[in-house]
Design a binder for this molecule. Sequence first.
Ligand code: C2O
Ligand code: CU
Ligand code: CU
Length: 501
Amino acid sequence: MISRRAALGGLLAGGASLATVGVLTNRYTQRWIFGAPAFATEAKSLTIPKLMTGEVRSGVRTFDLDMQKGVSRFFDGIETPTLGINGAYLGPTLKMRSGESVQMNVTNNIGEASTLHWHGLHLPARADGGPHQVIAEGDTWSPKFSVKQRASMFWYHSHMVPRTGPQVYQGLAGMIYVDDEETSRLDLPSDYGVDDIPLVLQDRAFNRDGSFYYGTSMPNVMMGMRGNVLLVNGMVQPYFTASTNKIRLRLLNGSNARFYTIGFDDGRTFQQIGSDGGLLERPFETTQITLAPAERAQIIVDVSDGQPVRLRTFATPNSGMMGGGGMMGQMMGDDLTFEVLDIRPDAQRAKSARVPDRLITLARPAPSQAVRTRRFIMQMGGMMMMGGGSFTINGKSMDMNRIDETVRVNTTEIWQIENTSMMAHPLHIHDVQFRILDRNGVAPPPGETGLKDTVVVAPNERVRLLLSFSDYTDPDRPYMYHCHILEHEDAGMMGQFVVKS
Ligand code: C2O
Ligand code: CU
Ligand code: CU
């Protein structure tokens, strides 16, 4: 067996672009993750998703999106059937500005019904792209909305109950960049693809014929579908040549289920400047950051020392009371780690401005404004291993015909999320960007002080969120809240709320 380490060692030493990157089977593949037989690929330069600004038609920025089938080559000589938007795998980065009117024309040609959801955007429920906005095969869906967001990176993906897991896994996802006045004034790296780089992390498993392996057995559902190969913008272990001293990385955990703790192989510090829904008030220095599925972070890394450095992941237990090192953690492959991006600083690099100490201003969360507190209990029940598991919120599995919660527009509420299961669940709430008040009564760490739309709730944890509902009402069409482990979502860990006038 070769070692991928040896291959990369050669690559770093000689800078040879011909070094191959092998993907090996490992012990997890014998269990719940199917194994790829040592597929290999040459180290390639990172693909940056195409930046799409759309077309302004009578004052409305219009994006024509085609959900389609394709074939991708993640490994040399190996073809993988995939799904994409305006391409074979994933979709373009949609760029829009706060205050603009936007129209999407989404055509579905994937061979089955689907939806496209704008994750993190504050929109009317009818434009949300959730499970109620189904696009039949061959149809076009054209929602229109205005962009009411702080500048950040959002994303879009299929939300087709109960097929979200397999559809996203096949490739139905892409990024959204929103700009605004306040952020454009800041001197931050913002040259797309040059010093402002989106990175979507997705683990995948492969069958021997090169197709994706997507398991539907109970362990795959319980643990969420995980793989032993990491794709970064749809590539295996890419490299990036840095032409500036500072690089802004916009990280999205676009995986179905796996959590990642991300940092650099030399332990260098970096600055986190943003979370899901916007910039933080102030940057802060750290060496590692953990992202659950659907969470985003913006970081700035300094490569002015000219040394190659690798972004990688570290083991991230997500197995609760049995412990990361226990049976459960092993089954889940919690201790697998991945190389994300090999950063090679160019000999000639442009200088970058120093990151401002103060980024934006956010209102201080005022829990006293809340008109009420709602409790949500996330549970996994039944005989999981025997195939009879249940995935619920407040004891209920998702029912498209049941409205679980009704909130009033122009009010603020506290949502208290509790987790009585043995795994951490990333809870995502549509329509809003919320603030985290506390975790078991303790104020959140700096990376969680900004705008969030997805929050990890650990076993036995009680997380309080402050949410304000504004602008849009619809008594009939609900928004979703759900676990963003897509297999849990598809299995019912989701509820619906409406916003009423
Ligand atoms: Cu990322 Cu309900 O979605
Ligand atoms: Cu969403
Ligand atoms: Cu979950």
